[in-house]
Ligand binder design. Structure first.
Ligand code: SF4
Length: 426
């Protein structure tokens, strides 16, 4: 099994859901970049849509998402009204594109009423050129109702991602997210009846008071529910950047060695149960689309994590949502007030981001390939000698090897993949 090399994991590294990462975003881009990027989409190109609902019924203490409490219906109504305005604005300029996928995330899309969600789906599918798109949604099991399941069935949603995190009651209390296992079982039953083909469980390791025994219990109980995919994320405690995390007792967090053991346990348990390991934190049943993409070399990584989505353009709608184009990464206003102001004035709400140059694209492709395939031809990297130098410590420990300019990660390198990819990051 994996060997723990703490010195290789000492430096924090990004999750690389984009390159350059959002930490590099600046305010040198704006609505004109969004106009140009939409105009640059090729005729009949298949692109993906992401729709952000930045509200939740209850706010979990560990959460780093841009979301707020859904406690005032007038606030939600106003947001959805502006979102519809943005849909019209973007659809008008992207009429030449085909929509292959629509993902709803947040926050929690089910913080809004089922009828509001149905109206949103209708508005999007009637505004854009949708050709039988794959529909997916992130769901908070708390408050998920039969009426919600009926909407997902009516619109043929084929993917649902459930925020589970842990099934241990004491850990749930310590992270401010109490949801009994029976609640998850109830939601699974509703989703299976709604004929949702692929259900993902988001789990977490590195939580306060979490031990190998409690993580194993969560994994075993989750496996009984037979989700099609798992994502097992490491909790990142950054209370200075995410103030709500101050409610978590930092003294109860597992240390680096314990975190490593927890990640290894999740890997062993899920692969032992027949799931295929995808990238560094996803697991999927054999025969599913994600596993096939991983096996045939078409796996991708975008803002939603590891994906089989082949589109190189992701148009994102909603406050704080990040659009990805080959030449730019463009983020909407995070602040819902400023998002409202921009759209009320008939402007795109693009506020931050960056333009990607040719070198960014070369580095980004190499990082993505390392994370998705564990092998990458680095011949195009401008400072390859420096990268080779940075990789020596991984090479000495047998985690990578070279064939000419092609870098290969060993089977044991999975927990180090992000650190290895970071050697290519300027
Ligand atoms: S439900 Fe999800 S998005 Fe909302 S606060 Fe909790 S973790 Fe964050």
């Amino acid at each position: 099994m994996w060997t723990y090399h703490p010195e290789l994991l000492a430096a924090p590294v990004p999750r690389y859901t984009s390159y350059p990462t959002a930490a590099e975003f600046g305010d040198t881009v704006g609505p004109a970049d969004m106009h140009a990027a939409l105009a640059g989409i090729a005729e009949d190109e298949t692109v993906s849509l992401y729709v952000h609902i930045p509200f939740c019924r209850q706010i979990c203490w560990y959460c780093g998402c841009n979301t707020g409490a859904a406690n005032r219906s007038a606030r939600l109504d106003a947001y959805l009204e502006r979102l519809e305005r943005e849909i019209a604005l973007v659809a008008d300029r992207a009429a030449h594109a085909k929509i292959g996928r629509i993902a709803f995330g947040g926050g929690s899309p089910n913080a809004i009423a089922p009828a509001q969600f149905a109206r949103l789906v209708e508005r999007i599918t009637s505004s854009f050129r949708c050709e039988n798109p794959v529909l997916s949604v992130e769901i908070d099991p708390r408050g998920f109702t039969a009426a919600w399941a009926a909407i997902l069935a009516a619109y043929h949603f084929s993917r649902v991602s459930l925020g589970v995190q842990t099934l241990d009651p004491a850990i749930q209390a310590a992270i401010g997210r109490v949801q009994p296992a029976d609640e998850i079982r109830r939601v699974m039953e509703l989703l299976r009846k709604a004929d949702v083909g692929s259900i993902n469980f988001d789990l977490m390791y590195g939580l306060p008071y979490q031990s190998e025994a409690t993580l194993e219990a969560t994994l075993v109980d989750s496996l009984v529910m037979k989700p099609d995919r798992f994502a097992v994320f490491g909790y990142a405690h950054m209370p200075s950047m995410i103030p709500r995390q101050r409610q978590i007792d930092a003294t109860a967090l597992p240390d680096g060695r314990a975190r490593f053991a927890l990640a290894a346990l999740a890997h062993t348990t899920l692969t032992g149960a027949g799931y295929t390991a995808i990238g560094f934190d996803h697991f999927a049943k054999p025969g599913g689309a994600l596993t096939k993409a991983s096996q045939n070399g078409t796996l991708r990584r975008n803002f939603q994590g590891f994906t089989e989505d082949p589109a190189t353009t992701l148009i994102a709608l909603g406050a704080s949502a990040i659009s990805e184009f080959p030449g730019s990464l463009l983020q909407n206003e995070k602040n819902t007030g400023r998002y409202h102001v921009a759209l009320a004035a008939g402007r795109f709400a693009t506020a931050r981001g960056l333009r990607r140059n040719a070198e960014d694209r070369v580095r980004g492709r190499a990082i993505e390939t390392i994370l998705t395939r564990g092998i990458a031809d680095l011949s195009q990297i401008p400072d390859l000698t420096l990268v080779r130098d940075r990789l020596t410590c991984f090479e000495h420990r047998g985690l990578v090897n070279w064939e000419g300019t092609t870098l290969k990660l060993s089977a044991d390198a999975r927990p180090y993949a992000r650190s290895i990819a970071a050697t290519i990051d300027t």
